[in-house]
Design a binder for this molecule. Structure first.
Ligand SMILES: C[S@@+](CC[C@H](N)C(=O)[O-])C[C@H]1O[C@@H](n2cnc3c(N)ncnc32)[C@H](O)[C@@H]1O
Length: 232
């Protein structure tokens, strides 16, 4: 069975699943909370070259499928001045809000959008980086493509879209329990290409247990604006 056979239950089943998950790092990572530092280090290393060479500005990022704000906390706020969170489960966002307030970081969080990515419309030209981690398997292929087309409009000129997801070796595996799918890299790349995105860097996350799916990061970039200079 695929998400095509499940219709709108695909999203409501996922929402019901996440309602039963505790709002903790362990809950977000299905018991693999100990991977959080390795995960964050991998992401920071992955984007470092673009920040260092000045291609990636660090004013505003968007954390898609943010959960309780784990990625924002351990990765995005280390580099970006302000971060917006998008998450379909409003209880997770409440947990994030409380935690960022307690850590004295509330002023660095912009918006908390309690909405599924399939319905999220980013504000035009707002973000330097839109980061999607461990959430895209919840989107149907059509919604995946439509979402990234909208994300392109949400970027500043020269902005980046980052994707960090589990990948199968071959084919798509549906998880009936949480109503998600794990794609292979060929499919992920095909969908990103369909959305008009060109990948500029990809890397395997290192240091994760061998029994887990491979986790890869891909980043795509909007072309920077053409700077026209006078001939004389
Ligand atoms: C595996 S957790 C990852 C959370 C976070 N990205 C992290 O790495 O800590 C998946 C998250 O995606 C959220 N989610 C599931 N379906 C979603 C959808 N359609 N739109 C937005 N978020 C969704 C879940 O509520 C959950 O918070």
């Amino acid at each position: 069975m695929t998400h095509k056979d499940r219709g709108s239950a695909w999203y409501t089943d996922a929402a019901s699943y996440w309602e039963r998950v505790e709002p903790t790092v362990q809950g977000m990572l299905g018991g693999f909370g100990f991977l959080t530092d390795t995960d964050a280090r991998g992401s920071l290393d992955f984007i470092a070259e673009f920040i260092d060479n000045g291609q990636l500005a660090t004013a505003t990022a968007c954390d898609c499928g943010a959960g309780i704000g784990r990625v924002t906390d351990t990765f995005l706020l280390k580099k970006f001045e302000k971060v917006d969170l998008v998450e379909q489960n409003s209880a997770f966002l409440e947990t994030a809000k409380t935690a960022f307030t307690e850590r004295g970081q509330a002023h660095r969080i912009g918006e908390y959008y309690a909405v599924g990515l399939q319905d999220f419309v980013p504000e035009e030209g707002k973000y330097d980086l839109i980061w999607c981690q461990w959430v895209l398997g919840h989107l149907t292929d059509d919604d995946f493509v439509a979402f990234f087309k909208r994300c392109k409009l949400g970027l500043k000129p020269g902005g980046f879209i980052g994707v960090k997801e589990n990948l199968t070796k071959n084919g798509i595996i549906v998880d009936e329990e949480d109503s998600s799918c794990t794609r292979d890299e060929r499919t992920l790349k095909r969908l990103l290409a369909q959305a008009g995105l060109t990948i500029v860097k990809e890397s395997l996350q290192k240091g994760f247990p061998k029994e887990l799916y491979a986790v890869k990061m891909h980043v795509a970039r909007l072309p920077p604006p053409v700077v026209q200079t006078a001939l004389f």
